[in-house]
Design a protein around this ligand. Structure first.
Ligand code: GLN
Length: 232
């Protein structure tokens, strides 16, 4: 049975730069796995969306303030977030990992981060992990709003490492960034589409129904393959 939209247009917010899930292509158009997935699901389930790429923490804030109907931003489903968000079925699995410059040879374990500065994006599961283990390993944390400034800071040496999701770091390396991932990645949960807890139940149901259809008809795989391991 079809689920019916109750709004003529749903505003979906996302990260500003989280390639290959959302990023601007050479013509400044936002593309990526999250973008194509969301659009394909909206088309499949016959509802209208507007997507805005506001940055991760801002996407969280706007969804919590009901300024957005939902968010898709490579967002990990965590127990902490489940208190304030309702999540869709998971659509991707990703760990988080420490990244260093490819020329860095003295960081091989968390202990080696003692006295070092580790960058992280505001509001992320990586930030929660780094804050929790800060005293144990003796590093300091530097928070960024977006990935581009964080990557730049590693290149210029104002941070010694950063923590981000593994597929995103791997993609950046594929794109030519001189990063390395010398540590074991951390499990931070699977990605889900999220709405503010208790709101837009039909939107969540349509997302799940659309995702199931896309997985069954091969469109999901086509979208993921289009962006993973593709350096275009
Ligand atoms: N998966 C991570 C999280 O949910 C990072 C998401 C992101 O940076 N867009 O916190």
């Amino acid at each position: 049975k079809d689920i019916k939209p109750v709004k003529s247009d749903y505003r979906i917010v996302s990260d500003s730069l989280f390639a290959p899930f959302e990023f601007q292509n050479s013509s400044k158009k936002y593309v990526g796995i999250d973008v194509d997935l969301m659009q394909a699901i909206a088309k499949n389930q016959k509802f209208n969306i507007t997507m805005d790429f506001v940055g991760f923490q801002t996407a969280i804030d706007q969804t919590q303030a009901s300024h957005a109907d939902g968010m898709i931003a490579g967002m990990s489903i965590t127990d902490e977030r489940k208190k304030v968000f309702d999540f869709s079925d998971p659509y991707f699995t990703a760990n988080a990992t420490i990244a260093v410059k490819s020329t860095t040879t003295n960081i091989k374990s968390y202990k080696d981060l003692k006295g070092k500065t580790v960058g992280v994006k505001n509001g992320t599961a990586s930030q929660t992990f780094l804050d929790k283990n800060k005293d144990k390993y003796g590093y300091s944390v530097k928070v960024f709003d977006a990935a581009d400034t964080m990557y730049e800071s590693l290149n210029t040496g104002s941070i010694d490492a950063f923590m981000d999701d593994e597929p995103v770091v791997k993609y950046a390396i594929l794109q030519g960034k001189k990063f390395a991932t010398p540590l074991e990645p951390e499990k931070i949960g699977e990605y889900g589409f999220a709405v503010k807890k208790g709101t837009n139940p039909e939107l969540l149901a349509m997302f799940n129904a659309g995702l199931a259809k896309l997985k069954a008809n091969g469109q999901y795989d086509t979208i993921v393959e289009k962006y993973m391991g593709n350096t275009d």
